[in-house]
Design a protein around this ligand. Structure first.
Ligand code: GTP
Ligand code: MG
Length: 686
């Protein structure tokens, strides 16, 4: 297959709230275009994009997957993304490599938490956005009601390009009001050729045709004048103005579909070609400082058989199978010998990918998500992937003793594949910690370790990453002196501690005048302080938000050493810290819970008992989105609670907001427990 011209490519991410039918829609688009020969279903685990066993078992997407369709001589790269809040890393990465987004919403639920999240990301990345209202065959689905909420909650520039004929189980087809044609429901077969608009839908079609034209000419003054003049606009003029408006974010087309019946896919494919910009139209996404070939890696897949596979977008030039490109991060040279096209889990060899195209490559040595590779040694800043911080930490140990090494290897592969999964060592206990965006996120990783790498592990209750800081200024001396026979030890320093205004970070300021402490020993004082700060005196948590001024000290010509000053620094910190009104801080999460209206009272009551602070509530079609701030310590095991409060109909996600002081009575408990644990440890050690 020769490389495609950039004008003939469409790169489209399929995004939106969990379970709105994104994967089913991608399947239908692939089926209608002829890329696959049967319409797979999520229930049977036969879709192209949910190919992973864990996805099929849970019936939900867990990572981005790539497939492509040919339509009207164009190559459409489709990137299906997970809707669940715990798996947003891929959706974020993907937003950097596409020109357009299909924002899928349920025809019953309308705008949901995940809709707004996807919409805002598209806005931030300046993407052309098409809203797809799906599931219109379901009971209580209502395209026109949802259209109104799209216009009031997302943008009043949302305008219908496809409207349904009939509703719910009596839905019989759709009208494409851009071309003024109709399609009868194919009921899961290939959609047939367009037909005349049936008489019963004619008035509605004319009404929405006019609304569409109004919205399109709104973006083009010349066109507007002629339109108001009563002149006929050609189909081509309308299409060009539409695409320009969509590209600039001045028009957001809204399409009606039923993914599982494959209804509305012809018109939607036409719209992707005619109404969504190509890479050529949108222009480059990164200045490559003169390099003539460049690729951006937005996803890494750790395949136990094929090894590491990188998905990349061509930034510039053509990436051929004999290309050797240099990674701008590690500076290593990588051979792109194993180029592949990807259709879900199917891989096929490829010769080249042209500018703007998306492809895959296997066997790169040291390249990971977020890397840029160029044919020239130039320093460039890769696109910044703003991944959320992992918030749920679990201590992780192998079930079988002696499998630590195997577990470590599997964990490295998985964290490489998913940058929102982070491996840490608990500085207090030395345990391995696996942190992710939600409990399910970490549990899926555990399943994968077992299935892909044959390691079974155990998770312990998540722990709360407390930190400590100070509220007052203090001064203290640290003097370490051992001078009895032979060469002694001598270090002496005076320090002042000050709180840093925003409560984060650490600063060391050298205020020594003259040589009371020689230059060479001052960094050792700093080092000793930083070591002491790793375990605050209150709860053994790391200390932050402290500025240290090194103000005075003394030394001994023979006995002073770096070691002695390090110990002195640590002693000075410990005694100054006690006097600086230390406090314990806990992470506060912003929680968003979506629950059925009848469960709102119970959920709010429960949040209240968890020290939650209600921020607001937004009703949306029988559901309410509750926003609250809750200390992380109180919602470590929230998923079980929410399931029992709502009978499994609730959904939530959260992210880290800030650190707040732990209320005194709770802080005291934590401090007492830490003290007991320390004493027990000491007793055990003797
Ligand atoms: N009745 C009906 N059901 C649909 C339609 N589209 C999808 N579904 C069903 O809705 C469920 C969720 O569909 P998916 O395609 O997995 O949704 P998704 O948006 O990919 O879900 P996540 O990847 O988990 O966010 C499945 O059971 C589908 O069969 C539709 O148009 N009509
Ligand atoms: Mg999906």
């Amino acid at each position: 297959m020769p490389a495609h011209e950039p004008g003939k490519i469409r790169n489209v991410a399929v995004v939106g709230h969990r379970g709105t039918g994104k994967t089913s829609l991608v399947e239908a688009l692939l089926f209608q275009s002829g890329a696959v020969n049967r319409l797979g279903t999520v229930e049977q685990g036969t879709t192209v994009s949910d190919w992973d066993e864990d996805e099929q078992r849970r019936q939900m997407s867990l990572s981005a997957s790539l497939a492509n369709a040919e339509w009207q001589g164009r190559k459409i790269n489709l990137l299906d993304t997970p809707g669940d809040a715990g798996f947003q890393g891929d959706a974020i990465a993907v937003s950097h490599v596409v020109e357009g987004e299909l924002v899928v919403v349920s025809g019953v639920m309308g705008v949901e938490v995940g809709t707004t999240r996807a919409w805002n990301r598209g806005h931030q990345e300046n993407l052309a956005r098409v809203v797809v209202v799906n599931m219109l065959d379901r009971e209580r689905a209502d395209f026109f009601r949802v259209l109104e909420t799209l216009r009031s909650q997302l943008s009043d520039r949302c305008v219908a390009v496809q409207i349904p004929i009939g509703a719910e189980h009596e839905l019989s087809g759709i009208v494409d009001v851009l071309h003024m044609k109709a399609y009868a429901s194919p009921e899961g077969a290939r959609e047939g050729a367009a037909t005349e608009i049936p008489a019963e839908a004619a008035d509605l079609a004319a009404e929405y045709r006019e609304k569409l034209l109004d919205a399109v000419v709104e973006t083009d003054e010349g066109l507007m004048e002629r339109y108001l003049d009563g002149q006929e606009l050609s189909a081509e003029e309308v299409a060009t103005a539409l695409k320009d408006g969509v590209t600039r974010g001045e028009v957001f087309p809204v399409a009606a579909v039923v993914a599982t019946k494959n209804l509305g896919t012809t018109a939607l494919l036409d719209l992707l070609v005619e109404g969504v910009p190509s890479p050529a139209k949108k222009g480059t996404i990164l200045d490559l400082e003169g390099a003539s070939v460049g690729a951006f890696v937005f996803k890494t897949i750790a395949d136990p058989f094929a090894g590491r596979i990188n998905l990349f977008r061509v930034l510039e030039g053509t990436v051929t199978a004999d290309a050797t490109l240099t990674n701008t991060r590690g500076h290593g040279k990588e051979r792109f010998g194993s180029l592949m096209t990807v259709q879900g889990k199917e891989h096929a060899g490829a010769d080249a990918f042209g500018p703007g195209d998306i492809g895959a490559v296997a066997k790169l040595k040291d390249t990971q998500t977020g890397d840029v590779l160029l044919d020239k040694e130039v320093a460039i800043e890769p696109p910044r992937l703003d991944f959320p911080e992992p918030v749920m930490s679990f201590a992780i140990t192998p079930k079988t003793k002696g499998e630590e090494e195997k577990m470590g290897q599997a964990l490295r592969r998985l964290t490489e594949e998913d940058p929102t999964l982070v491996l840490r060592r608990d500085p207090q206990t030395g345990e391995q910690l696996l942190a992710g965006l939600s409990q399910m996120h970490v549990e899926v990783a555990v399943d994968r370790m077992k299935r892909r790498f044959g390691v079974e592990v155990e998770l312990q209750q998540p722990r709360v990453p407390y930190v400590e800081t100070i509220r007052a200024e203090s001064r203290a001396q640290g003097k370490y002196k051992k001078q009895t026979g032979g060469r002694g030890q001598y270090g002496d320093c005076h320090i002042v501690l000050e709180p840093i205004e925003d409560g984060t970070g650490y600063e060391f300021v050298d205020k020594i005048v003259g040589g009371v402490i020689p230059q060479g020993f001052r960094p050792a004082v700093d080092k000793g302080i930083q070591e002491a700060m790793q375990h605050g005196e209150l709860a053994g948590a790391p200390v932050q938000g402290v500025r240290v001024l090194l103000v005075d000290g003394s030394y001994h010509n023979v006995d002073s050493s770096e070691m002695a000053f390090k110990i002195a620094g640590s002693m000075a910190f410990k005694s100054a810290y006690e006097k600086a009104s230390p406090v314990l801080l806990e992470p506060i999460m912003e929680l968003e819970v979506t629950v059925p209206d009848d469960a709102v009272g119970a959920v709010n009551g429960d949040l209240n008992s968890r020290r939650g602070r209600l921020l607001g509530m937004e009703p949306a079609a029988g559901m309410t989105a509750i926003k609250a701030e809750v200390p992380m310590a109180e919602i470590l095991t929230y998923s079980q609670a929410l399931t029992s409060l709502t009978g499994g109909r609730g959904d939530y996600h959260m992210h880290f907001l800030r650190y707040d002081e732990v209320p005194a009575h709770i802080a005291q408990k934590i401090i007492d427990e830490t003290r007991k644990a320390r004493e027990a440890e000491k007793a055990g050690a003797h």
